[in-house]
Design a binder for this molecule. Sequence first.
Ligand code: AMP
Ligand code: MG
Length: 346
Amino acid sequence: MKTEILTLSSPKGHEKELEHAASVLRSGGLVVFPTETVYGIGGDATNEHAAARIYEAKGRPSDNPLIIHVADPADAEPYAVTNDTYYKLAAQFMPGPLTVILPRRERIPLSVTGGLQTVAVRCPSHPVANALIRAAGVPIAAPSANLSGRPSPTLASHVIEDLSGRVEVIIDGGECEVGLESTIIALDGDRGTLLRPGAITYDALCCVCSEVTIAPACLEQLSADARPLSPGMKYRHYAPRASLVLLDGDVASVTSFLVSAASRQGVGILCYDEEQALFRSAAPLFPIGHRDDLGEQAHRLFAALRAADEHADIHTLYAHLPPREGIGLALYNRLIRAAAHTVLKV
Ligand code: AMP
Ligand code: MG
C-alpha cells in the first residue's frame, strides 16, 4: 500500500485535506494523526474491520483494547455510559491528555475493547486531531502509532519508520507537545483508579474524584499470574535494543557511577542536559532535558529511546530513576517498564 503523507500543523486553511482524511476513515481506512500526547493510528471505532486493521498494522495483541477519541466530551454519549464524575473531569481536563474508562454501549464492537464491557474515552486537544475527528463524524479508535514493542512516536518521522506502507494516510503535524501517552483513569462512582499516569497528574485527579487509587501495575512488576486492570499493563511496552538500567541514588553517587561507566565500551546514557560536559568520553549521550524540568524530560524521552536504538553497539543504556511527583510519575512508569524493572542502587 502506498502511504500518503499530508503536512498539516494546523487545521486552518486545510479543510480539503482534512475532509479527504476523514473520508478515508469513514470508508474503513487508517489515518495516523498528531495529538498533544503522541501520534495515534486512527480507524472508525464503530467498524470492526477498521479495528482489525489497526491491530494488524501495529502487530498489537487483540486483547489489548483501543482508546476511542471524540471531538467533544458529550460526543461519547452514544458509545459509553457516562456519569457526573466523567463530566466533572471533562470540565477540568478535556479536551486534553486524559482517558476515562466507562461502561461500553453496544455501538462500540467488542473487538475494539479487547472483549471488555468497558470502553476508554478521550477527547484530544490537538487542533488537527480535533478537526479530523469532527470531520469524520464517528469516534476514532487510535492507539499510539508505533509498531507494538517500539516507543510511542512523537514525530512523524518515527511513524514513517514504523508504519509506512501499512496505513492509507499519515498526517505530519510536527512534534507532539506532551510526549507521553494520556493519563488513564477508571471510575467507580466518584472514586477513580489510576491505570496509567500521564500529564494529568494524580494530584490533579484528586481535586475532582473523592479518592484516587494508583493501580499497582503503574509502579511494580506484576506476578506472572496477576490479571492487570488494564490489559496493556501486562505487555512490555517499549523494548530498547540495549538493556536499560535505572540508577537510584543521590546526585553525587549517580554522577560518579556514570562518569566511570561512560568510559566503558558499549555504554550509552540518557542524561540530563547539564551533565553532558561531565562525560567527555566516547559514550553516546542522549540528553532528555534539565534535571528539574520533568515536563521537558517527558517531551523528549521517546525520541531519545529511539535515537539510542539506532546505536547497534550499545549493550547497556543507563538512565536516572525519576522522582514520582507530578508528571515524574508518568516518566517513572514508562522508564521502569522499558527497563523491565531493572533498578541499580548506587
Ligand atoms: P495506547 O492506545 O497505545 O495508548 O494504549 C491504550 C491503553 O489503554 C492500553 O494500555 C489499554 O490496556 C488501555 N485501555 C484501553 N481500553 C481499556 C479498558 N476498557 N479498560 C482498561 N484499560 C483500557
Ligand atoms: Mg501504545
